[in-house]
Design a protein around this ligand. Structure first.
Ligand SMILES: C[S@@+](CC[C@H](N)C(=O)[O-])C[C@H]1O[C@@H](n2cnc3c(N)ncnc32)[C@H](O)[C@@H]1O
Ligand SMILES: [Zn+2]
Length: 337
């Protein structure tokens, strides 16, 4: 972690700040930071550890992630994983999360400052924000080094393609990694200009609580960008996707209107965006890695060439399209100034 992060932190035990650290170097690799009451948080391999106790939500997520990476799914779970998730493939997954993020980031008004990614996993989104000039923080319940070691260590025991976010050079990017809970953020009020989350909000046991924390740490006028959240659709049957382990894996599937209600309940003003990856896929008519609606795709690609259709799909037809087809939810939610 870089020293500048100290000014954004509050003590997860007593809420006091500012935090301080020993030494004077700009990048803290090993050591600790300390609050005014003397509570210490460890820094190991550059990662700040703020988790004191594991809530049931966190313990469940850690167990389930580890089981999947070791390849210890039941036959029914493996079968569902292969048919639904491995079929997308790790390369397509990483392209689609990035395409969706880049299109949304290009479209919002916040183009610099301090950013926080919730449930950041490998840190790919924080790295993208770092490249765009943000002072980027990635927060997850997992240490990115331990996460990578589990993914690599489990490879021999897996007989299905694991689909997860990857970053080529974790740690070498300009990212501050924090191990912490998105449901209880260890940051000061108004510390961030932009808070992002990709495919992680639906893992929260209480999305409104998580979003209230996100709103608290955002400055007035700041933006929360929720990306790549699965949404329910009339024609999208998600029930068999994980072979029955949806609950254990922390997978919650909500309607778009439920998400919109969550953002409003947290005091944010939501606006949906059309997913950049779907736009690109339809423009390029490249269907590799597309799992859903395969028979509709050639027709959709043809219709998509009409500019009027694309305009309508970004406007009045967006909500109906999400509700019918379960398109990935991309939502910009502003904190009132
Ligand atoms: C499906 S992964 C998404 C990872 C990455 N953001 C992406 O775009 O693919 C969900 C992530 O949420 C994290 N997570 C789950 N519960 C969390 C919590 N309470 N606080 C922070 N992160 C959490 C998991 O460890 C995991 O990395
Ligand atoms: Zn303290």
């Amino acid at each position: 972690m870089r020293r500048h992060l100290l000014s954004a932190l509050i003590c997860p035990r007593c809420g006091a700040h500012p935090m301080r650290a020993a030494g004077a170097e700009d990048v803290i690799d090993e050591g600790w930071v300390e609050c005014p009451e003397g509570h210490r948080l460890e820094v190991r391999r550059g990662v700040l550890h703020t988790l004191d106790e594991l809530t049931p939500q966190i313990a469940g997520q850690l167990d389930e992630n580890a089981r999947e990476r070791r390849g210890e799914l039941t036959d029914a779970e493996k079968d569902a994983y292969r048919r639904n998730i491995s079929r997308i493939g790790i390369a397509t997954y990483n392209r689609l999360i990035r395409d969706n993020a880049r299109a949304a980031l290009d479209a919002i008004s916040i183009q610099g400052g301090r950013s926080l990614d919730l449930g950041g996993g490998s840190g790919w989104l924080a790295a993208e924000l770092g490249h765009r000039g943000f002072e980027a923080v990635s927060l997850d319940i997992e240490d990115p080094h331990e996460r990578l070691a589990q993914i690599e260590g489990g490879a021999a025991g897996r007989d299905f393609e694991l689909v997860t976010d990857v970053l080529d050079a974790p740690g070498r990017e300009a990212v501050d990694y924090v191990v912490g809970d998105m449901e209880q953020l260890p940051f000061a009020d108004s510390a961030f200009d932009l808070v992002t989350t990709s495919a992680a909000l639906h893992h929260s046991s209480d999305p409104v609580r998580t979003l209230r924390h996100a709103a608290r740490v955002l400055r007035p006028g700041g933006v929360l960008l929720a990306l790549n959240e699965p949404a329910k659709g009339v024609f999208r049957d998600e029930s068999p996707i994980l072979g029955g382990r949806g609950e254990a894996a922390g997978e919650h599937l909500y309607w778009a209107r439920t998400y919109v209600g969550f953002f409003r309940a947290a005091g944010l003003e939501p606006r949906l965006h059309f997913p950049g990856w779907i736009d690109r896929t339809l423009r390029e008519r490249n269907w590799s890695g597309v799992v859903y609606y395969r028979r509709l795709l050639p027709l959709a690609g043809w219709v998509w060439s009409a500019p009027m259709v694309r305009t309508l799909a970004r406007g009045p037809l967006l909500r109906p399209a999400i509700d019918l087809f379960g398109l990935t939810l991309i939502c910009e939610a502003r904190k009132p100034a």
